[in-house]
Design a protein around this ligand. Structure first.
Ligand code: SF4
Length: 336
């Protein structure tokens, strides 16, 4: 999902009272309500998948998340390969650290930062019966656990130093699930928002929606935030006031006011990606779209277009699927 091209970009490090003011949207004009905006968004999404739904096999439900939409927009075949690989791929230290940090963030937001953030996050996971996270933590070798602990501890320290105490009127809601059904239930859009502040109201946009990031800023982060904005608008039938990302490593906040035009552009992007997902679920052959992330694609060893693209960029190339096991030079023209 490329994200609306017209969206503003930006962000900067903010902390304490200044961060609280930004989360409140102090000094930022609130967009006037646009009657029927939620209906228009739904029409765009339903129209995008419309006729293709008839080709879905009986009983098949297409589930879309921000991750699958991003991946299918980049390369359909790459998304299919990643889904298959993920089923057997062990969790990395960075992935586990990201999941632990979701819980550390929750503790800080409710005013209970922990001296031992990893231990506190694992306790929360245990209390919530999050067996996936507990199993992922257990699967890490000692070096990976040390790396995950280092990442979590560093970011927890930065977070505790930067994040303001929230007044109770802020009504913080953490890890709130969002779910939108389209096409009579044949397509489900799901997400989980890290933090929602404020109360939705038809007469005055009132909600700030924050997606926390443990990694470095990416262009895609904007599209992620707008994905949540579209889901939130469909859920409450009124748009949030502002959406964006908070970067745990640096204390950067990148917030944008939710204008109707941006929401509509985001819905158009989502609709295009949904159509791809529905076609694939209906049995269409996945298309190959070489891109800068081919180097991280599990299909790369057997993907000629991806290899050619990566070779042109000078990226690392793994052995081809049909390379000899004995490692003898077979004249592979990529020379790597
Ligand atoms: S290597 Fe690139 S082109 Fe090939 S499937 Fe993966 S992402 Fe697509």
């Amino acid at each position: 999902m490329p994200g609306p091209g017209a969206l503003p970009t930006g962000g900067r490090a903010v902390a304490g009272a200044e961060l609280l003011q930004a989360l409140r949207g102090a000094g930022r004009p609130r967009p006037a309500p646009v009657p029927g905006l939620d209906r228009r968004l739904r029409e765009i999404l339903e129209a995008g998948i419309g006729e293709e739904l008839a080709s879905l096999p009986a009983g098949v439900v297409v589930r879309a998340t921000k991750g699958t939409l991003e991946e299918v927009g980049r390369c359909e075949a790459g998304m299919v390969a990643r889904l298959a690989a993920r089923a057997t791929m062990p969790a990395s230290a960075e992935m586990v650290a990201g999941s632990l940090l979701d819980r550390v963030f929750a503790l800080v937001v409710i005013g209970r930062p922990a001296a031992d953030p990893v231990g506190a996050a694992l306790e929360m996971a245990d209390a919530e019966a999050d067996t996936g996270l507990l199993a992922s933590w257990s699967s890490l070798v000692p070096e990976e656990r040390a790396l995950a602990t280092q990442l979590v501890t560093e970011m927890a320290g930065s977070l505790a130093a930067h994040w303001p105490a929230l007044p109770h009127q802020a009504l913080p809601r953490l890890q709130e699930p969002l779910r939108v059904s389209l096409g009579g239930g044949r397509v489900l859009l799901t997400g989980r928002v890290d933090l929602l502040l404020g109360r939705p109201a038809a007469e005055r946009a009132g909600v700030t929606l924050i997606d926390t990031k443990s990694g470095h800023p990416r262009h895609q982060d904007r599209a992620d935030a707008w994905w949540y904005a579209v889901l939130e608008t469909l859920r409450h039938r009124v748009p949030p006031f502002q959406v964006g990302s908070y970067y745990l490593r640096t204390g950067w906040l990148d917030l944008a006011t939710v204008e109707a035009d941006h929401l509509l552009a985001a819905a158009e992007d989502i609709a295009r990606a949904l159509l791809q997902l529905v076609r694939l679920a209906a049995g269409a052959l996945p298309q190959l779209s070489p891109n800068p992330l081919c180097g991280w694609c599990p299909a790369l060893p057997g993907c000629a277009p991806g290899r050619a693209y990566s070779l042109e960029r000078g990226d690392y190339l793994p052995p081809r699927d049909d390379d000899d096991d004995d490692g003898a030079d077979d004249g592979d023209d990529d020379g790597r």
